[in-house]
Write a protein that binds this ligand. Sequence first.
Ligand SMILES: N[C@@H](CCC(=O)N[C@@H](CS)C(=O)NCC(=O)O)C(=O)O
Length: 215
Amino acid sequence: MTDTPIELWHAADTRSFRVLWALEEIGVGYTLHPLPFPPRAKAPDYLAVNPLGTVPAFRQGAVLMLESVAIVQYLAQRYPEAGLALGISEPEFGAWLDWLHFGEAALTFPLAIVLRYTRFEPGRADQAAEDYGRWFGARLRRVEAGLEGRDWLCADRFTGADISVGFALLLADFLGLAPRFGPNVTAYWQRLQARPGFQAAKRAQGSSLAELLAP
Ligand SMILES: N[C@@H](CCC(=O)N[C@@H](CS)C(=O)NCC(=O)O)C(=O)O
């Protein structure tokens, strides 16, 4: 394990929450740089760290990473004693990678559109927000089925895949889409929120997306 200091640029309850949650689950130290949202508009100095202006940005020594799920995978594999990664010889290694990326590529994408049209362009495209909310609900069917008879997505233990998908549920709940959760997803969302690592990450960010978006 390396002791090279870790820095995380984070806006409350956005995709950088995945990284904060993983850091808390692992129990490794870090320096948090809290940002307003959206940082591109409200924190122009941040563009020197990430010219795209998106969060997260993560730095450990010479390593700079900008994709939340890639950072979760990096931490999970770099600190294997926390059990957040599956080894390539574990039977569900492929499923673990699939859930990791599904959480962002398939599940969070429609939510970003709902966030845009409900918070940033209200009234302009109510129908788009409604359509993407439904699209998210359809994709959630895979999570509902994947949790049948099990508490966690892979290997009967909490892993980075649960952080990836769990963040999408956090955002969906914020956007009022929890009524679209089936019984398995509803119980799973409760289990995720009960984790000490989740609660520590919530406390560590010291703010919430609702507060950041308040006028
Ligand atoms: N695929 C990237 C997406 C990063 C991203 O778009 N983050 C959002 C926050 S959830 C953001 O910073 N949006 C502000 C903007 O686009 O200016 C990841 O998973 O980290």
